[in-house]
Design a protein around this ligand. Structure first.
Ligand SMILES: C[S@@+](CC[C@H](N)C(=O)[O-])C[C@H]1O[C@@H](n2cnc3c(N)ncnc32)[C@H](O)[C@@H]1O
Length: 254
């Protein structure tokens, strides 16, 4: 495991990208997220069947488990689909949201993940729920593996929205479901999503109260974008109440 710095060493990290944090202690402690990743990864070693939302799903080793958090179900509750739309899910994990999008009326769904086990896992659940005719999986770091001429009505990422130091040495790809070192992936998402959204489409980010909201809004502003709150839901997690927040990313002039 990486070092678990105390809050004082954490905020003195020389690699911090956000000057306003120096001397404050408002950022969520990313080591808690790494602990949740470790706990979930260890209890789900091997391939498993899990029950989430009343249905059985396949969970492959090293993939984010929606059975160990209420975030995935909460975010599904917050999300709406339009009949016939095209939907891109970044970071599909076991594929629950991609499957729900297909069952919810989307004409075509592309589900990507940086974790190859998640891509295989999404494929398994897509077949299990009978939606393989309209869901395609792609192993991709954000948009890198997509054809540049693709456009989607909705781009959606239930993201790894807890900030971690940019130099964090990851112990497993599973940790990338929880933390984003230096918010580098979020910065790229905020920069690149607009290239893949259709003219009247929407770019959605599913965040939580663990996210560095101010830091992410700063990044959005640097990319000429801003956040608009769509819907939120507060649920009890083992650590206490957590708010799950659906955000639309719009151009700053809107
Ligand atoms: C919080 S999990 C959500 C998983 C799933 N969508 C769900 O709701 O259960 C975040 C997902 O994003 C993926 N991810 C992290 N960084 C990524 C990147 N740069 N490109 C694509 N996927 C990424 C992780 O592997 C993980 O599956």
């Amino acid at each position: 495991m990486p070092d678990s710095p105390t809050s004082s060493t954490f905020f003195r990290d020389e690699h911090l990208e956000f000057d306003h944090l120096k001397g404050s202690n408002t950022m969520y402690d990313y080591t808690k997220s790494l602990e949740r990743s470790k706990f979930s990864r260890e209890r789900n070693s091997g391939d498993n069947e899990i029950v989430v939302g009343g249905d059985e799903w396949t969970l492959l080793e090293d993939v984010f488990s929606p059975a160990d958090t209420r975030s995935t179900l909460a975010h599904i509750d917050l999300l709406d689909f339009t009949e016939g739309e095209t939907f891109l899910e970044i970071g599909s994990g076991i594929g629950m949201i991609a499957v729900k999008a297909a069952l919810g009326g989307c004409r075509s769904v592309v589900a990507t993940d940086i974790n190859p086990a998640a891509v295989a896992n999404t494929e398994r659940n897509v077949r299990r729920f009978g939606v393989a005719d309209r869901v395609t999986t792609v192993h991709s770091d954000l948009f890198d593996g997509l054809s540049p001429d693709l456009r989607f009505d909705t781009i959606y990422w239930h993201s790894n929205n807890v900030w971690a130091p940019p130099t964090l040495a990851l112990q497993s790809v599973h940790e990338l479901a929880y933390v984003d070192p230096g918010y580098a992936a979020h910065r790229r998402f905020l920069r690149e999503a607009r290239n893949f959204v259709s003219d009247r489409g929407r770019v959605l980010l599913a965040l939580s109260s663990r996210a560095g909201r101010r830091e992410l809004e700063d990044l959005a502003a640097q990319e000429g974008a801003k956040f608009v709150d769509v819907r939120s839901k507060t649920v009890d997690e083992p650590e206490g109440a957590v708010s799950y927040d659906l955000i639309e990313v719009v151009t700053a002039s809107n």
